[in-house]
Design a protein around this ligand. Sequence first.
Ligand code: COS
Length: 371
Amino acid sequence: MAVKKAAYEFTQTELLPGVIERDINQEFPKQQVKKMGELGFLGMMVDPKYGGGGMDTVSYVLAIEEISKVDASASVIMSVNNSLVCSGLEKYGTDEQKEKYLTRLAPGKIIGAFCLSEPEAGSDATSQRTIAEDKGDYYLLNGTKNWITNGNSASVYLVIAQTDPKKKHLGINALIVEREMAGLEVGKKEDKLGIRGSDTHSLMFTDVKVPKENRIGEDGFGFKFAMDTLNGGRIGIASQALGIASGAYERALAYSKERKAFGVEISKHQAIQFKLADMATEIEAARLLCLRAATEKDHKKDFAKTSAMAKLFASQVAMDVTIEAVQIHGGYGYVKEYHVERLMRDAKITQIYEGTSEIQKIVISRELIKL
Ligand code: COS
């Protein structure tokens, strides 16, 4: 498929060179992100009238898998911009909001961030401490957000905040906050185990005046906005996990055909063959779940359960497969130049962000009981 080929070529020419150094130095892939925008990878599913690629979610899965095989830091930047920021704005934004923000976000002229997590509210997303006080023409925003992907590189932030605590989740709003708005401060950069090329920051809002026209949807729609948008985001992260797994598997397979032990290539030993068989089978199952969730979304079906299943399963596969890939590489697997140790570190976050594996089980089981 053309999109898969384009993504593959991009990884080989732009992402692979320097990926180890960017990981070591926690360096944001600025030039590579610019190029991703030019190639149409940052707003793949957005209507071309807003500068997007007009592609379906299946194409998006294929592209994210390919990019994640090589650089999971680049793919999380891509996933957040595509499926949390652009998709959320395109589905629920006003014409004015789309014109003002989406037309720059979709072609990657700027990138965006999605701000839900707080120091004391990650999984328990209704307990928002960030306050958006209704002041008539504007909201006065005060609070702190944590672990924000693209935290320092975004120009636009979609911020979830509580306006009326009495109404609980129905009192929450989603606001478009611009980087230049007075009172927004980017906090410390997190020193992370994996996806070290992506910039993860806390954000502090002190009396930020956000105009009413920057609210997404009706008053009180913010929690529903976040939940619905995250359903789509989870397809992106599931595909990222799939790519991390398949990248590690491909390296392990190639290595096993070169490395000799006891007089033969290690791929001739059943101990390695069985590992490869398990890895390939798990990856294929994860891929099918990702594509199933994407197809349901493309066909406008309810995909909340399947996207949660895809993320739950693919992120576990990413952990299993990357650990085995390191094992197959032996001592070489434990050093940076063979890439698999980085993929193993990158894999872990896929079980945590955009809803932990435990949250995915809540989402899945609620959907099952509802049926
Ligand atoms: N899709 C669409 N709507 C959803 C939804 C989903 N996946 N999950 C919940 N909702 C809706 C519910 O239907 C309910 O709507 P009504 O007001 O019409 O009843 C509303 O949201 C509130 O849901 P609920 O009562 O189930 O809220 P809970 O406090 O029990 O929390 C969970 C629900 C745990 C599912 C939610 O808080 C969640 O998803 N948390 C994880 C958030 C997350 O991913 N954090 C990571 C940060 S982004 S890196």
